[in-house]
Write a protein that binds this ligand. Sequence first.
Ligand SMILES: [Mg+2]
Length: 336
Amino acid sequence: MKGAIIGDIVGSVYEFHNRRAKDFPLFSPESRFTDDTVMTLAVAIGMIKAHSTDSDLIEALSESMHDYGNRYPGRGYGGRFRNWLRASDPRPYNSWGNGAPMRCSSAGWIAATPAKAFELGMYTAAPTHNHPDAMKAAGVTAMLIWYARQGKSKEWLKSLAEKWYALPELDDIRDEYSFDVSCEGTMPVALSAFFESQDFEDAIRNAVSIGGDSDTIAAIAGSIAEAYYGVPDELWQQAMEYLSEELRHNVIEFFSYINHGNESIDGTDSNIPASSTESGEKSCNNCQLRKSGNCPQLSNELCSDYRAIPFISKEEKKNWPEHGDATAFRLGEKRD
Ligand SMILES: [Mg+2]
């Protein structure tokens, strides 16, 4: 959440003026928040509204995104998304764009289990980006955030990410990487920006240094880096200067919601029955997205993504937080 917002604001001035090096000013008078920040917060607020009122999640997310997008126009939305914002009955349009993983981070903070983080990540994509590539990207990002918050090592997280994406060495591709708004073209570099980093700020610098869609690459890398390292307070204070009063309040609202004893969304792995989890055969008919009819694009391909979620032992589950806990991992804590 905070990491996505910082990444977006820092990257905003480099999206159309790429800086293929790591020495650049993080903030400047031209920096601004863009669609990545607006949609990250629209999703977070939609998530807690649906959760607190027990209403349909995809509907609540769709309404919140529509509302925020229309109240914060001109923030760099893509053409098809602008059409979606103008529609009176907005429907998903099968986008495979990187707008899905850039806005999903709250799913990794509110979910009670990694499988639920993956599923909620896909839900955050569903109102517009219901293409399997986009739903996978949001699911993987949310799950990595979830595991990073639990203190998993970078090697462990990397081996998990490699089940879905081939990760490049940034130095090998920096000169040739070109603007690519697809999830398949964005996720590998955003993930490498995090995995090659030394600290939170370094992840943001790595992300911008690769060029291309800088604000979104930095938003995705920043959202995972936040969960892994924590966000240095001075960077967050600077970023907040660029936000509207409402958006600043939304961040506080989200973290206070998950920090004050509100049960996180669905504390069970109900989407994956225990028997099939153990055998490794997960039927797509068990998925909540399919059951609710909200995922017309759900395919065998996506179901095989579910199979890559690691098997979790009962012993490991004992250590999971009982409810959403934004402080599950603290800055500087030792990792396994
Ligand atoms: Mg943007």
